[in-house]
Write a protein that binds this ligand. Sequence first.
Ligand SMILES: *Cc1c(COP(=O)(O)O)cnc(C)c1O
Length: 363
Amino acid sequence: MDEPRQGPAGRWHGVIEAYRQYLPVSDETPVVTLLEGDTPLIRSRHIGPSLPGNIQLYFKYEGTNPTGSFKDRGMTMAISKAKEEGARITMCASTGNTSASAAAYSAAAGMQSVVLIPEGYVALGKLAQALAHGARAIQVAGNFDDCLKIVRDITDNYPVTLVNSLNPYRLEGQKTAAFEVCDALGRAPDFHVLPVGNAGNISAYWMGYKEYQQAGVTESVPHMLGWQAAGAAPLVLGKPVANPETLATAIRIGNPARWQEAAAAVEESGGLVRIVTDDEILAAYAQLASQEGIFAEPASGAGVAGVIKLAHEGFFGAEPVIVVCTVTGHGLKDPDRAVALAPEPEKAPPQTAAVVEMLALET
Ligand SMILES: *Cc1c(COP(=O)(O)O)cnc(C)c1O
């Protein structure tokens, strides 16, 4: 198969301009964009070909968005609509990436953002982003679910706009990733794989795939395959998890806000939602970086680990299938994890000969 086509002809103006006809915006909506979207769909060079079966594996690499995760697709919509409605203050609970994105888009829109983050469980890079963009960051001595409850209480009762994925515009924006996948492939994939935390993204992709099919752009829709971390798998267990635990902090969520929609996406698409362990997540995370050249954050490894697991179970069969796996966020967001896993750099004196000897180079 050919390399997928990338992006539209001409200049890119962000996801709202690109997919305006599918989005709840009007000429009056002030578009707040940082030119998110138009992210690469990268054909797997090593992981895909090494798997049993006949899998054409692609990575939809969302780490190239302005703040380094797919959250920007939803945030351009949420903040544009908030501005249209005259909002001054935005608020979200976040495992990190939503707050980084909310802070950046709020700054661009001239609004104050407030982010509630679970103490001790937000990757350093993400916290730095929120603060750099001028957010008021409040660390709550509780988990994500505790933070979200406070945000719901406040935004229900005060003139503060909620920009968590409970905000319906977030999913509208995020569904554009499914459009981009179809535009790049010239069809819908057979399977779409992604990590599941608050379950907004799997719901948004499913919306996008269905809308493209209904509009006659594509003929089929993919089976949606969601992956949760073993210690934070409420959708798989069928009940909330009181104390979710996983090193993949972006999916460390015990009571997903978009539970019903995600369950419907899995059901309607003939998909599944299953568990991968933290060890499997880390192995996939390392493989992505070292074999594909794609540096992702640990949560993104969950989807990749899921593809590997299913392929070894023979799930995809022998016929050729197109599998797209969303790589949700950039590896630099969680530098502590990367440094902890990497070996120490080697040491050398400041002499060429010494380095040549270390590398055992011969002319
Ligand atoms: C938000 C996020 C997820 C989880 O997405 P949900 O929509 O909450 O299921 C996964 N990976 C990264 C990097 C994220 O930022």
